[in-house]
Design a protein around this ligand. Structure first.
Ligand code: FAD
Length: 315
């Protein structure tokens, strides 16, 4: 079998890593092999230039550990050099498990995989995207994830290889999926907003969001937030989160209220035209990124702004 495998539980996601997989496999003079749990729809996927397609039988749906166990078992037998997993949420879990179970080196969110003689190297961006680092794998094989939407897929129309069904003995997961439920979405797209009022942990209670929403309403702005309010407090839906793992925004006006200015948040707003920071700590990093800084309590400043805007709009 090929020295480069792609494993995915979502065949469509395989297209996101196909270009780097083909590129890496070509270094071995081969085409990559695709591995999926059996029963998956392969229309539009199977004809993209795979050397082989393996359908793994007998795995529980969504059981990341079982997927990984099956791939790791096959790795022992077939000895591929590189296993690439598209960076879906589940894929990231599967890749880490495969690396742990097989003893492979692990390259999360790789940008490129290189061969230096027998040594496998990979590049990934670090420090919030400002630096590209090259790593050397200390194991003879590597498991890598790639972020989705990084590389466009190559055209289809290649000969479709036969799909081989394989059943391997796997270690069963210690967890099972109980429920799958679509996320509630507010429908807002902050990437299109002209003005954003973003709020962070400085807000003491959920009810106080009302005052932020009032200010946003008066300024015809959208409400954004730091990760604390989405992931930790669950006060706002994830599409309102600005930053590395949220959305990257570029409004004309970005007002950061009670936000400290950690780099993962700053990456999300630093293309904004005018940045205003309201933070009571004069040493908070957010002030370094602000065009205008107010070093004071948001509970004093926000109501004052609201009353000023109300007064001026009624004049
Ligand atoms: P804090 O850092 O706790 O800051 C709160 C600020 O409020 C303080 O500066 C304080 O002085 C001020 N304050 C408190 N009370 C008041 C008051 N009454 N008036 C005025 N100011 C007040 N974060 C994101 O936001 N977006 C991301 O996409 C993101 N991705 C991440 C990805 C990774 C891999 C990691 C590790 C972290 C990520 N984070 C992200 C988290 C990030 O590192 C910070 O933890 C987070 O941004 C901090 O949020 P905050 O500024 O609201 O809270």
């Amino acid at each position: 079998m090929s020295k480069v495998w792609v494993f995915t539980e979502e065949p469509k996601a395989a297209l996101h890593v196909l270009s780097p997989a083909i590129n890496t496999a070509s270094k071995f003079g081969e085409k990559p092999a695709l591995m999926v749990p059996s029963g998956k729809e392969l229309d539009g996927i199977a004809d993209r230039g795979w050397s082989k397609i393996i359908a793994l039988k007998g795995l529980n749906d969504g059981a990341s550990f079982e997927y990984a166990s099956a791939v790791a078992t096959l790795m022992k037998k077939e000895e591929p050099k590189i296993v690439i997993v598209p960076g879906t949420k589940l894929g990231k879990e599967v890749a880490a498990f495969i690396a742990a179970l097989s003893g492979a080196a692990y390259a999360p969110e790789a940008l490129d995989i290189m061969l230096d003689g027998e040594v496998i190297k990979y590049a990934r961006s670090i420090l919030g995207g400002g630096v590209i680092a090259t790593y050397k794998a200390k194991a003879p094989f590597l498991v890598a994830t790639y972020q989705l939407y990084q590389y466009p897929p190559p055209e289809g129309g290649h000969t479709i290889p036969e799909v081989t069904e394989i059943e391997v003995s796997v270690e069963r997961s210690k967890v099972s999926r109980v429920e799958v439920r679509p996320l509630e979405k507010s429908g807002v797209d902050l990437r299109k907003a002209d003005r954003i009022i973003a709020v962070g942990r400085g807000l003491a209670k959920r009810e106080d969001l009302a005052v932020i929403e009032e200010l946003a309403g008066l300024l015809k702005a959208e409400v954004g937030c730091s990760r604390i309010l989405t992931e930790d407090y669950k006060w706002l839906p994830s599409e309102r989160q600005v930053g590395l793992t949220g959305v990257i925004v570029s409004p004309r006006l970005y007002v950061a209220i009670g936000i400290s200015g950690q780099i993962q948040h700053v990456i999300g707003f630093n293309k904004s035209k005018i940045v205003v920071a309201i933070n009571k700590d004069k040493n908070a990093p957010i002030h370094q990124y602000a065009d205008y800084s107010i070093v004071d309590d948001l509970y004093k400043i926000v109501p004052a702004l609201i009353s000023y805007l109300k007064k001026t709009s009624s004049q």
